[in-house]
Write a new protein. Structure first.
Length: 234
């Protein structure tokens, strides 16, 4: 396979460390294990080098329980974190997940198979979450650009939902109709939603009548199906 997976093990118990070292040796060139026996040392490592995954026993000489988990996740640079738990604290796994850990392992039942499976699961889950965050950021960026374009368009633009209720109008539409945004939003667009042809609309603004063509295009608004109504001069 490609470059080794860099795993930071934060643990001060030599017995548990040896279990992990055996697993790493069994995997050949797959894993590279970095060991820190205190939280302070772990934070130094995380500041100085990039790791792919962190495994931490919350009970350390310089920190314990939820505080250890919080500090590790804060300094993890969004890398997956696996918590090692003991049988004396049944609530710790739930707290760990709530704080942002990807998985947990019980020290009482740990073996090579479970360890490798947990590592793979955490890495795959983190990859999926990273892709989702990236896609969400891209979508939000696209939505911002889209809103900017229609808000500043010289053409009159309305956004209506699938039921024909107006959700947004731009400044050009306000000027064309002589109404404010608040006068539009929540009202019904009283024309058929026909995406296949241009239609005409008669507009009365303070006694002055104008005729515009309008075209309806499918779009999304606030992550829901909607229609963009584009009004233009004849």
């Amino acid at each position: 396979m490609g470059s080794k997976i860099q795993i930071l093990l934060i643990e001060d118990d030599m017995v548990d460390i040896k279990i992990f070292q055996r697993t790493v040796r069994a995997e050949g060139d797959s894993f590279d294990l970095i060991i820190a026996n205190t939280l302070g040392k772990a934070i130094e490592i995380l500041k100085e080098q990039v790791v792919d995954l962190i495994i931490v026993d919350p009970g350390l000489p310089d920190s314990s329980s939820s505080e250890t988990i919080k500090q590790v996740i804060t300094h993890s640079a969004e890398k997956p974190v696996i918590i090692l738990t003991g049988s004396d604290d049944e609530e710790l796994p739930l707290r760990a997940i709530e704080l942002g850990a990807h998985d947990y392992l019980s020290k009482d039942n740990i073996d090579n198979h479970l360890l490798k499976r947990s590592i793979r699961y955490a890495l795959e889950k983190n990859m999926i979450l990273s892709e989702l965050k990236k896609k969400t950021k891209q979508i939000k960026s696209s939505e911002i650009r889209f809103r900017y374009l229609i808000e500043n368009s010289s053409d009159s633009v309305l956004i209506i939902d699938k039921d024909g209720i107006v959700k947004f109008v731009n400044k050009s539409t306000e000027e064309l109709f002589g109404k404010n945004q608040k006068d539009f939003v929540g009202t019904t667009f009283d024309y058929p939603i026909d995406k296949d042809r241009m239609s005409r609309i008669k507009i009365n603004n303070n006694g002055k009548t104008t005729i515009r063509t309008f075209q309806i295009l499918e779009t999304e608004w606030n992550a829901e199906k909607a229609y963009l109504v584009l009004l233009r001069d004849l």
